[in-house]
Design a protein around this ligand. Sequence first.
Ligand SMILES: C[S@@+](CC[C@H](N)C(=O)[O-])C[C@H]1O[C@@H](n2cnc3c(N)ncnc32)[C@H](O)[C@@H]1O
Length: 234
Amino acid sequence: MGEPAQKRLVRKLDLERFLAQIRPHPSPNVRLEQYTTPTSVAATMLYLAAYTYGAIINKRVLDLGCGTGRLALGCAFLGAKSVVGIDIDKLAVKLAAENSDRLGFKTKVDWITGDINAVAGKFDTVLQNPPFGVQKRGADRIFLEKALQVADAVYSLHNHSFTDETLAGRLKHANLLQAEASPFIARFVEKHGGIIKAVYALPLNIPHMFDFHTKARREVIIDLYVIRKANKAS
Ligand SMILES: C[S@@+](CC[C@H](N)C(=O)[O-])C[C@H]1O[C@@H](n2cnc3c(N)ncnc32)[C@H](O)[C@@H]1O
């Protein structure tokens, strides 16, 4: 199969179908918070970044903590100029490369095994679903800091920090809603030279994955932060 760079608008359903073919990690490691981004969340994030903000098509994109490649391959599918995916877990990266070959993007994505701390260079856009810092305090901050070092635009998923029953209820009928930034993340982003352009709350369905999960499924809210480098913000 060739490597189709999408020039025309991709239907969200086609993007979801594509993402659903990306195999998740068969033995996720709780310490690394190896949750695969659900297809619906990944599609909403990618669609918004591509078509509302113009941050993917013909752009140099980086996926920090790429896992088995869902966000990185979504970017390739939508027509990014180049894509790099990095993850500290060797097996995840091997599976990402396999997913990439099977789906026809063999040379479009560079897969790297390593710690995100080692990343250098310049990218237009970072898309990331970092560890939320539940297992290792501050893990999400390391990802945010690195993303702001190397890219002008950052799309990053984080724990929703407010208890908001109304929002949870409204999200049962919507796949995203505008939300407020956590004051902590807002300060952190500003300190590292970024500006939060928008925050969107998304519903996330967590399946039973680890022994400490007590329910078959759990509905939570996560926040997608749209961030620009301060000197690039428009
Ligand atoms: C929440 S998962 C997201 C996986 C994938 N991006 C997805 O969307 O399905 C976070 C990923 O970050 C990786 N990770 C954690 N710490 C890392 C680090 N210091 N450097 C590189 N990758 C890391 C984990 O191995 C895991 O695959």
